[in-house]
Every structure is written in C-alpha cells, then in structure tokens.
Design a protein around this ligand. Structure first.
Ligand code: PBG
Length: 331
C-alpha cells in the first residue's frame, strides 16, 4: 500500500515517542495534601486511603522534608480538630495558636521555600459538618464569608503563601482579596476552588477529617446548595470568570478524572494557571483495584496524572504526590 500518513512512524520506538511527546509530568506539577492531627507521635492511616496518614506536627516535619527532597514544591493543609473545638461560628479556624496556624509556621520553618496553601472552609470546625455557618436551617453565605476572611488573615499572619478556599460561598474571593490587601498581605495569593462539584468522590476525605455533614433534620444533609451540580459545565465558567475578576491567582477544578472536560473548558477560556484535584475517592478506587490485582498501580497512577496535564491542568493536587515523584525521579 501507498499511504501518505503513516502515523506509526512517530511511535516506532521509545526514543522517537519521547521526542514528540506533547505533555510531561513533573514533580513541579504536584501539590501534596496533608492531614494534620492534634497531639504528639500520632500517625493514623486513613482506612479508605492506604498510605495516607493523619500526622501530628512532629511527624509532619519529617513528611514535609521528605516531600521537599523528592522535588515537591507545595502542600495543601487540612486539620482534624477535636469535637470540643467545633461550634457553629467556626471560630477555632482563626485561633492564632490553632492547629492550622501552628502547622503553617512549622512547615515554613522546616522548608522556607515550600509553597504552603492552607484550606479555607469551615467544615472541620463546624459542629454541623458544613462549610459555612448555619442560620435558619441554611448555610448563610455572607456571615460565612466574614468568617472566611478572618480565617484567611490568620493563615497569612502564620506565614501562608497562598490560601485555598474550598467552601464555594459567593463573593468570598473578592472579600478575601480585600482583607489581605488591607492587612498588608498583598503578596499572599489565592488558589480558588472555582468549580467544585457536590461529589460523592469526597467520602474518604470526610472520613479522614471526621467532617461529614451531620444527620440532623434541621439542616441540609448534603452540600448541594453551595457546591456545583455535576450536570453542569457552563456554570463552571461563570464561577471561574467571577473568581478571576475578584482576584484569584490560580483556579481549581474538583474532582479530577470525571471532570477533565471542565479543566479544559476553564483552561481554554481563561489565561490563568489551572489546578485540578485528584480527590480522595479517586485515590481510593485506584488503591482498591490495585490491591485486588485488577489494575497496575504505578502505570494507572502516572496515566491518570498525565491525562490531567493533557486536559490543560498546570497543577495537580494528588495523594499520589510522593509515590509519583519517586517514580519520576527514578526514570
Ligand atoms: C471541604 C473539602 C472537601 C475536600 C477538600 N476540602 C470535602 C467536602 O467538600 O466535603 C475533598 C477532598 C478529597 O476528597 O480529597 N471544604
């Protein structure tokens, strides 16, 4: 046969394949999530997330140093606080000596160049397990935004490089930007969870932080009045545009694998860094299937992460950060 386009010429061997490769995964792409526990000497594996631990601060120090040595440049932080610190105002979230604030200080002391991005949302501090303050049986937007601004400023005071609001209240990015500017933190950035969907992929995370919405007839049983409906795509663009106008530096799409069309949509329409979150349920699925021997763990891990880059993500928050970094460093 005479065929003009023999596409297979560019796939002949690994040398030519590596030369024409369009996307590359690197340790610079990763943001590593960390679960922090109170106390000392605590290292508890999250049952549905093999290899992921809730660590007390002494262990976090080791964990962060190890990540830095592997080439990981950034961490997202999530704290699990005891029930007696939870209420409906979430005020523990801006305690200057709170677990989050102490974690930020410790990480900046251990690895000054590590980009520290604490999570901003009230759920770990809420008796109701919601991302905001409950009033008249609903998550009250504007009161919650006030609380998130206080939380943001306390993170900045502790030394955060970016804050990462995952709450999905309206108008919070502008309010947080204003709060940061007014308090002299013009260099602290915002990675906004712009398109965060009400997803069932977050189950293992809520187990890790004991932060699921509580079962109570008086309050919403899920987060659908603030997180997005997974039937929608255009709406993600409206959220993303609003967040950029309000001053977001990086936009986050979440979850990851089932939402790569949203990553592409946002990246194609807005010229800002886009991050994607490969969430706890995605991690759990891969771990479980690999444990059964049904899929190849390492290959699937690198494939899913690389496909996120191909979809347009500049950054990936992933529980695989350290494992993937080790493989990439060995290559
Ligand atoms: C809460 C928050 C959640 C996640 C990150 N921040 C859970 C939720 O919205 O209920 C999920 C992350 C994951 O599943 O890995 N503000």
């Amino acid at each position: 046969m005479f065929i003009y386009n023999r596409h297979r010429r560019l796939r002949k061997n690994e040398s030519i394949r590596s030369m024409v490769r369009e996307n590359h995964l690197s340790t610079n792409d990763f943001i590593m999530p960390l679960f922090i526990a109170e106390g000392e000497g605590v290292k508890v594996e999250v049952p549905s997330m093999p290899g992921i631990y809730r660590n007390s601060l002494d262990n976090v120090k080791k964990e962060v140093q190890e990540a830095w040595d592997l080439g990981i440049k950034s961490v997202n932080i999530y704290c699990k606080v005891s029930d007696n610190l939870k209420d409906n105002t979430g005020k523990e979230a801006w305690n200057p000596n709170g677990l989050m604030q102490n974690t930020i200080k410790l990480i900046k002391d251990t690895c000054p160049d590590m980009i520290v991005m604490p999570d901003v949302a009230l759920d770990p501090y809420s008796i109701f397990g919601h991302d905001g303050i409950i009033e008249n049986g609903q998550v009250a937007n504007d009161q919650t935004v006030d609380a998130l601004v206080r939380m943001t400023i306390s993170h900045a005071e502790a030394g955060a490089d970016f804050v990462a609001p995952s709450d999905m209240m309206d108008g919070r990015i502008g309010a947080m930007r204003e709060g940061l500017e007014e308090n002299g933190f013009d260099n602290v950035g915002i990675m906004s969870y712009a398109a965060k969907y009400a997803s069932s992929f977050y189950g293992p995370f809520r187990e890790a932080l004991d932060s699921a919405p509580v079962d109570n007839m008086e309050i919403p049983k899920d987060k659908k009045t603030y997180q997005m409906d997974y039937h929608n795509a255009e709406e993600a663009l409206r959220e993303a545009i609003a967040d950029v106008e309000e001053g977001a530096d990086i936009l986050m799409v979440k979850p990851g694998m089932a939402y790569l069309d949203i990553v592409k949509l946002v990246k194609d329409n807005l010229q800002v860094p886009v991050s994607v979150y490969q969430v706890s349920g995605e991690y759990a699925m891969i771990k479980a299937a690999a444990e059964k021997g049904w899929i190849d763990h390492d290959k699937i891990m690198l494939e899913t992460l690389t496909c996120m880059k191909r979809a347009g993500a500049d950054l990936i928050t992933t529980y695989f950060a350290k494992e993937a970094a080790r493989l990439l460093n060995d290559q």
